[in-house]
Design a binder for this molecule. Structure first.
Ligand code: 5AD
Ligand code: SF4
Length: 459
């Protein structure tokens, strides 16, 4: 039943969350993490306070991922758990958003299969969230908003989870249509944020004490192509490098086909711009790269790596790899394994190909067994783990500047920091170092992280 006293629209917010608590569970990539931080701020403006205990929550939001099947399967099991909570708190509002629900078929599936879900919303609905939540808490039926209207997100608040690091989206969406990928369908076409909006946001973050920003986009290198004038990602980086108070600038993800010499130069020259590229190769075989619609060859990729490594000493390069793409032969797979050996990534995330409904690759015939794909994944992981350890070994006995993130998750006696080239370092140190820079001499290298001792003063 509707409550006539509560009238909510974007201009006139009623704080119907006063005295109530919310919890957001986030799946997937950094863009989703950031979207959750926006949702959190929007919800807190309605009066809700955060809780990490679902039993206490009056509002639970599940921010979903659609990039592979596994995270989609997890949604069903999580929703099952949240359901049980409705028995104890009948006013509990359950909302499901993100990339999975932006797809019509998935939105319909959630609505029909999980009838106690109050709200299903897509990636474009963020600016309408207060109105949607208000409708959802008062409605007996599930409210659905999966409009693909590219509503303007500028000016929405954000509540960063960290006190020293912030995600800063610079371009939304993707135009690349890699044949396996659902992202262009659920995040829409590329939209660059304005140069001024980004620089102003980063300046404000630095003023508020944030020391590190990570610029986000599915393909940061194409930043600016849709803006008036001829502004590029390299220009944006160079401008942000001037922001006072900021220590470090990171960015991800880079598409190999668009990585310009100007960008390499900007990273080489900008003292705040960290020497790390996440540059997904996806495969090492030209036939597979072609079928994936990646629009570069193995040779071009290797040349690009050479250019980056020559220009920027100490740079780290990380990658994503897909194994078992439809029709991938043993020989083609071994070309990917050989690419890992040739490039020597600092780390690489390898995934088994997961067919995504509506993509071009989902229509291709796939005659490789899942067991074979798993074998290929393990084979790659073994190679990469050896290489990661060998690359980390090279850092032993050298001194690196780290930005401290706080106590180590596994050992609260230790502090954890990150080097400029994005390696995690654990070391003994006082616990008031969060967000500060210190030098650490590396004493031990492992596959995923490093250990060391603090050396010299703290900044
Ligand atoms: N199957 C497996 N992995 C995928 N990725 C994207 N789509 C798929 C898919 N259908 C991987 C790519 C991408 C990373 C974010 O997820 O490697 O870089
Ligand atoms: Fe997906 Fe390719 Fe776009 Fe990355 S560049 S989001 S893999 S379509």
């Amino acid at each position: 039943m509707s409550n006539p006293q509560v009238k909510v629209n974007s201009n006139q917010l009623v704080r119907f969350g006063e005295g109530k608590q919310y919890m957001i569970t986030t799946m997937g990539c950094q863009m989703n993490e950031h979207d959750s931080e926006v949702m959190a701020a929007v919800i807190e403006n309605l009066g809700y306070r955060p809780t990490s205990n679902p039993e206490n929550a009056d509002l639970i939001i599940l921010n979903t991922c659609a990039v592979r099947k596994k995270p989609e399967d997890k949604v069903a099991s999580l929703l099952g758990k949240f359901y049980a909570l409705k028995e104890k708190n009948e006013d509990l509002v359950i909302a499901v958003g993100g990339c999975m629900t932006q797809q019509k078929t998935s939105a319909r599936y959630i609505k029909n299969r999980f009838r106690q879900v109050d709200l299903v919303f897509g990636t474009h609905a963020l600016p309408r969230l207060p109105d949607l939540l208000d409708q959802a808490r008062r409605s007996k039926i599930t409210i659905v908003d999966i409009e693909e209207d590219y509503a303007d997100r500028e000016g929405l608040p954000v509540a960063p989870r960290s006190t020293f690091h912030a995600w800063v989206p610079i371009i939304y969406g993707c135009n690349n249509f890699c044949s396996y990928c659902i992202v262009p369908y659920v995040r829409g076409r590329e939209r660059s944020r304005s140069f001024n909006d980004i620089t102003e946001q980063v300046r404000n973050l630095a003023k508020d004490g944030y020391r590190e920003v990570t610029l986000l986009g599915q393909n940061v290198n194409s930043y600016g192509h849709d803006l008036p004038g001829s502004v590029t990602f390299a220009d944006l980086l160079s401008e942000l490098n001037q922001v006072e108070g900021l220590f470090r600038i990171r960015f991800m993800t880079s598409h190999p086909k668009d990585l310009s010499p100007k960008l390499i130069e900007a990273v080489q020259q900008g003292d705040k711009i960290c020497e790390h590229f996440h540059l997904p190769a996806q495969a090492g075989s030209n036939q597979i790269l072609n079928k994936m619609n990646r629009r570069y060859t193995r040779e071009q990729y290797l040349q690009l790596i050479k250019n980056i490594k020559t220009a920027i000493p100490g740079v780290s390069i990380t990658s994503d790899i897909i194994v078992g793409f439809p029709g991938e032969t043993e020989e083609q797979f071994l070309e990917t394994a050989d690419l890992l050996e040739k490039v020597r990534f600092d780390s690489a995330f390898s995934f088994i190909y997961s067919p995504r409904h509506g993509t071009r690759a989902a229509k291709l015939e796939d005659d490789i067994t899942y067991a074979e794909k798993e074998k290929r994944l393990q084979y790659l992981n073994k190679i990469q783990q050896r290489i990661s350890k060998e690359e980390n070994d090279k850092m032993v006995n050298q001194i690196y500047e780290v930005l401290v993130e706080g106590p180590s998750k596994n050992d609260p006696e230790l502090q954890t920091g990150r080097t400029r080239n994005n390696k995690l370092v654990h070391f003994k140190g006082p616990d008031n170092l969060i967000g500060r820079l210190t030098n650490v001499r590396i004493s031990e290298a492992r596959t995923w992280n490093l250990f060391g001792e603090m050396e010299g003063a703290v900044n």
